[in-house]
Design a protein around this ligand. Sequence first.
Ligand code: SAH
Length: 428
Amino acid sequence: MSKGKILLVGFGPGSGEHMTFRAREAIEESDVVIGYSTYIKLVEDLLVDKEVIRKGMTEETDRAVEAYAHAKQGKTVALISSGDIGVYGMAGPSYEVLFQAGWKPGDDIEVELVPGTTALSSCAARVGSPLTHDFCSISLSDLLTPWPTIARRLDAVADSDFVIALYNPKSGRRRQQIIEAQRIFLKYRSPDTPVAIVKSAYRDLEKIQLVTLKEMGDCDIGMLTTVLIGNSSTFFKEGLMVTPRGYANKYENITGGVKQGEKRGRSLSLGLDGWKAGIKDRLSNTNPNLCNDIETVAAEFELSIEEIFLALTSPAEESQNTVDWAEELAIEEGLKAFQSFIQESPKNFAIGEQQTGQTQLTQFDSNNVKIDNNSICLAQNGMMASVVKDKIQHIWKINYPSNGTDEVVTQSIWLLDKRGKAMLRTFG
Ligand code: SAH
């Protein structure tokens, strides 16, 4: 008996020309073709003389189980899916079923994955070039993913200025998810942000709508639609949606001269090295407002306090100098340093981070600072703030300047959480 084979085939957006050569060949060489009935229709002309098994939308694991059963009989089975079968497709469930059945690579049954053009690529191609800079995809389907997980990702991505592709944006039963996504995006992005809504790309009933983020919720969106939301530099021009590659930061224009301070073929002056060197220059000259300035720089670049400390203290390739007035302490040591610091009463404490550096700080008397095994608690004049010790992931200490003059002008201890954000700092 011949050895069985499972071909996991992504056939692209749905038109013959956009199927890869290997995908066509894989379907042609198989004895059995299994897929969702809509997909089967899209490749019908390749299915003459083949055993065809049409499945419903929700019978995903069944499809994989059936493919395995046929392959065990020595047949070549193609499991087909639109786009790329590894992108929100059958590839994952198939491997899970195979592993459950005890299958391993190198066994009698061979498994081959045939990649295809995923919806975000094909939809992007229909509207211009929206994915030219960093992008990501999120599926709005909450059939297998809890909504809080989806919402948290939407929030992170909206805030980080990625271009985004929304898969499974809406169906007959799921109508509010796209509205929620719009609300989350509007927290961070302009209502005029370009949005492309592409339905059935490269198929018969293709429909393209170029709209703005504020209009997105009212548009015709369905199961066969992918929604592309631009970043803060994406624009519409002459009916096309384009995201610049970012050369605008570096060059006067895409073909023209190099901007002052930038070198052709080299990282930007705000590239990794330039950024580190720049932070050192800027913060080494700011005494006596050092702590405020650290917060201001972090807010300006939308980075955590931890990132600023790391930029200050790690060597950049081109300028090897590092500052020696900031150091990370081990948690235990840091907490001891914090404790002895507040014993010299009274001291000022800042809770969290100041966004502008100009907040009036409250003086907490050290008698009003209670430290127990679990938390650090500040309570005074009807104000209370507490930090759970378990959440402290990094402690940094500043002694500025530690060379030059002998006198330490600024001393401060910062308690940071896992994101590197300050939960509490002393005010030197
Ligand atoms: N494996 C597929 C995705 C399956 S999830 C791929 O890689 O493209 C199903 C979702 O894909 C749909 O809800 C829609 O958001 C998107 N999609 C698939 N084909 C599409 C097409 N031709 N045009 C627009 N969106 C499409």
